[in-house]
Every structure is written in C-alpha cells, then in structure tokens.
Design a protein around this ligand. Sequence first.
Ligand code: GUN
Length: 296
Amino acid sequence: MSAQAKIIDGKAYAAGLRERVETAVAKLKADHGLQPGLAVVLVGEDPASQVYVRNKHKQTLEAGMNSYEHRLDTSVSEGDLLALVEQLNTDPNVHGILVQLPLPDHIDTEKVINAINPDKDVDGFHVINAGRLATGQDALVACTPVGCVLLAKDALGSLSGLDAVIVGRSNIVGKPVAQLLLQESCTVTIAHSRTKDLPQVCRRADLLVAAVGRPEMIKGDWVKPGACVIDVGINRIEGENGKTRLVGDVDFASASEVAGSITPVPGGVGPMTIACLLRSTVLAACAQAGITAPEI
Ligand code: GUN
C-alpha cells in the first residue's frame, strides 16, 4: 500500500490564528485604547465577492475590531470610488482598507489600488508594498501568500535551504509567495504555464506551491516523494450528476499518495486568507499608532 500524506488542516490553523488576533486586539484596547478598524469596499453584485465580504465583516467583528462596509453600485464612477478611498485614507478609525476585486471594467483597478495609503493596504497589492517586500523592508503582504507560508512552516518547521517551486506567476500569489520563501532562505523557482518540462521542474521541489488556476493540473507523479504540497487553487468543476464541486490545482487523489504533507481543497489555504487579513489589520493599526506589534 502506498503512503498517505499528512493532511494540513488550514481550517484549524486559521481558527487558532483568529483566536490569537482576538487576544491581541483585546490587549491593544486594554493597554492603548486602540481598536483596529477594517474598511471593505464592494462595488457591484458579484455573488462570490458578496460572500467574501460578508465573511470578512463577520470575522472582523468577532475578532473585536471595527468593520466598515461600503457597498457601491456597479455604475459608480472611478472618480467617486477614488474619493471614497481618499476619505478612508484620512479616517483615523480606519487602519486597513480593502477594495474587493474584481472591479467593473470601466474602473482602472491599478489606479484604485495605488490610491490606497500603502500603510493601510492590508491586501498588500499596492506597488509600494510589492517593492517593500521585494527589498526586504517592513511591508503589508498579500493575505493568501502569507497563509501559504504559515501552513508550510507549520508542516515543515524551518524552510531554510529547501527547494521551493511555485507554479504560477501572478502579482497576488505567485510573486509574493516567491519573495516570502526567499526570505525563509528557500531556493526558489517560479514556474508557469510556459515552463519547459514542468513536471520535471515540480519533481525537484521539497515545497511545491500550486497557484495556476487550472483544475487538478499537478499530478501525483509530478510530486517528489515526501514533499510538502500547498494548493492555492479554488476551481469549481462539473462533478457527477451535474453537481459542481471545488477542486484545487493539484490532483489531490494521486498527489496525496506521494507527498509528505498536503493542503486539501476546500479546507486548506482558503480559510487562511481572512485570518491573515485580520492579522494584517492589527499589524497596520500598531504601525500607524507607533506601537510595537504583538506576536501573532
Ligand atoms: N477577490 C478575491 N480575493 C480577493 C482578495 O484577497 N482581495 C481582494 N481585494 N479582492 C479579492
């Protein structure tokens, strides 16, 4: 019988992280009278975005923080959205700002993201934060990449010296994960859909991060025996009897026979994102108040 990988429980890790955030928030209130606040801006009616925003709101309140929701009509002008961002930039009760993506086509996403005060950019999407991360300065870092690295460290301990292969080169996952793993002293390869002999490149990885957005693309025989596999993909595919189901970018059935540890979909990286957002909001609030941030 072949070995079965340890399943990395992102849901449990995220619950523990949210508890640590809640404790940190209570202490900031008691010691400094500081209540971190997160503002989320949602434009339009995209159903998936509405679910995310509702969950963010609920979990922000549960952590003891202030949550400010701004829902704007799909037809809102770019100017009005930029004016709202500017108002949030100067609001002292707002320490984190997140503009939910995607935005409607008539709005320049890059312009809106880069209008956010970088010190309140809890998504870590602002070009200043990308630059700070790349140069090893204190930065707000995108939540999903942080979640990936926390889970990998939880599974493996020190990542120093490991061969890490990231499949996917997006600004919001692939590139920031690569920067974070470089900071952890991994030897980092960013592979992508045009990489020559992708299976062979993946087979080198002690730590394999899949963030390509292609359902079940990475097969068990692409995985080095004993490797840690972090699957960022969330793909809805047609299952049996016409029902849809969620799968990752990794073929879980075959990969879990080979890997040493692996994140499931759902229940792996997904639940980490909001927990990391709450953590980033606390860190941002401390930085803005000139307070040393607690260990979370
Ligand atoms: N839409 C889906 N995920 C995200 C995210 O992490 N941040 C933002 N701003 N929009 C999203």
